[in-house]
Ligand binder design. Structure first.
Ligand SMILES: [Zn+2]
Ligand SMILES: [Zn+2]
Length: 409
């Protein structure tokens, strides 16, 4: 007889939402403290110490300096069970805060505009709830506080994984939560399978042959070629890719030339492609290179096309773990659970999901009445803090109930 994937979990022994409500004022205070001290990717030293000290104060054993500024807390339950990891990211963005809050960022030009301050506060809240519920807890909970999510490339998850964070004890399930400025406060967004894109940045360097602006026929004009390349690239999505598989290509920066009457030697384009599956991703990269080279050659120039190495993979939620997790989220009174469409942003939580089944899910922060109407990354991004208790309760609930489940095969 084969072992069932998941044991029935029944009703949780602890009312996690009631516990989250009990610590709500502290949850909000912690979030505001973190909000006032934002740090950019790879520079999260103050933040890292803050969360590590908090975990230690709760009696959780802590490893500092995991894959850079990463912090891992380990809480063992009182009974045998699975190992569940919960992750919050820690870095902020180079944005000058324009939100009308009285706990504004104290760092010029840096802001928690993606809400990673709320992720840390909710995970610290979940840690506190789980410590109090330790006697009822099966298995082990690992708390991942991850640096450099916004950086791209190697980011922060990969260095933590290389530092052994998914092992000793081996993680059976992993969950991550993202606050969402485009979703109503109190609403969870969930989806099985691909939920966020692979974000592949590229650089195209077009080589022409410069000369006088009055005599283009004696030159190879890289500005003109660049214009054709930009148009040609959009033809890839409309004419060359399967229309039912999402593919976006954006050229976000164009650089060339110094003066109106000089045809320059070079032009440089930088952009990104977004895809939701590996096959489309590989095909898209090949076609970008081919189209760029073809256009450049046809006008007498040449091109180098480079894709960023170590770009984040597609974030893929495990269907079975997601189905179980959604059932649990539906038990949180007062919160709503909605199936969502994929988002074409990237996330290096994807790297944890390559190592263990689990789910990356979203929690709404929008509330028109409170002026919380701006998206993540906006300088006016503002969170309805009433939503935080649902996030903290959900993380504690997932850790507790997945701890009781059998190890995934
Ligand atoms: Zn972000
Ligand atoms: Zn983010």
């Amino acid at each position: 007889m084969s072992t069932p994937f998941i044991r029935p979990c029944g009703t949780p022994a602890v009312d996690f939402l009631a516990e989250a409500k009990r610590i709500e004022p502290e949850l909000i205070r912690t979030r505001r403290t973190l909000h006032q001290h934002p740090e950019l990717s790879y520079r999260e030293t103050w933040t890292s110490k803050f969360v590590a000290d908090r975990l230690e104060a709760l009696g959780i054993s802590v490893k500092r300096g995991v894959g850079g500024n990463g912090v891992v807390g380990i809480l063992k339950g009182s009974a045998e069970g699975s190992v569940v990891a919960l992750r919050a990211d820690m870095d902020a963005l180079p944005v000058t805060e324009a939100a009308d809050v009285d706990f504004k960022s104290k760092v010029d030009g840096v802001m928690h505009a993606c809400g990673h301050d709320t992720h840390m506060a909710m995970l610290l809240g979940a840690a506190e709830i789980l410590v109090r519920a330790k006697d009822e807890l099966y298995g082990t909970v690992k708390f991942f506080f991850q640096p450099a999510e916004e950086h791209g490339g190697r980011g922060g998850a990969l260095p933590m994984i290389e530092d052994g964070v998914m092992l000793d004890p081996k993680v059976d399930y992993v969950f991550g939560l993202h606050i969402d400025g485009d979703r109503k406060a109190g609403e969870f967004g969930v989806r099985e399978g691909p939920v966020m894109a692979a974000p592949d940045s590229f650089r195209i360097r077009i080589k022409g042959r410069g000369g006088h602006g009055s005599a283009p026929h004696k030159t190879v004009d890289p500005v003109y070629i660049a214009a054709n390349v930009i148009l040609g690239l959009q033809g890839i999505s409309s004419r060359m890719m399967d229309p039912v598989r999402p593919f976006v290509i954006t050229v976000g920066s164009v650089h060339s030339g110094t003066k109106e009457n000089i045809i320059p030697d070079y032009a440089e384009l930088n952009g990104t492609i977004r895809t939701l599956d590996e096959e489309t991703r590989k095909a898209a990269k090949r076609r970008v290179a081919r189209v760029v080279e073809g256009i450049c050659r046809s006008y007498g120039g040449s091109a180098e096309v480079e894709f960023e190495r170590d770009a984040y993979p597609v974030t893929v939620n495990d269907p079975r773990a997601t189905e179980q997790a959604v059932k649990l989220l539906r038990k949180i009174r007062g919160a709503r659970v909605r199936r969502m469409e994929p988002i074409l942003g990237g996330e290096d939580f994807s790297r944890f999901l390559q190592k263990a089944p689990g789910m990356f899910y979203f929690l709404g922060a929008a509330n028109t009445a409170k002026g919380c109407v701006y998206p993540n990354h906006s300088s006016r991004f503002k969170v309805d803090e009433d939503t935080l208790k649902f996030g903290a309760a959900s993380l504690a609930l997932l850790a507790s109930e997945f701890g009781k489940m059998s190890t995934p095969k």
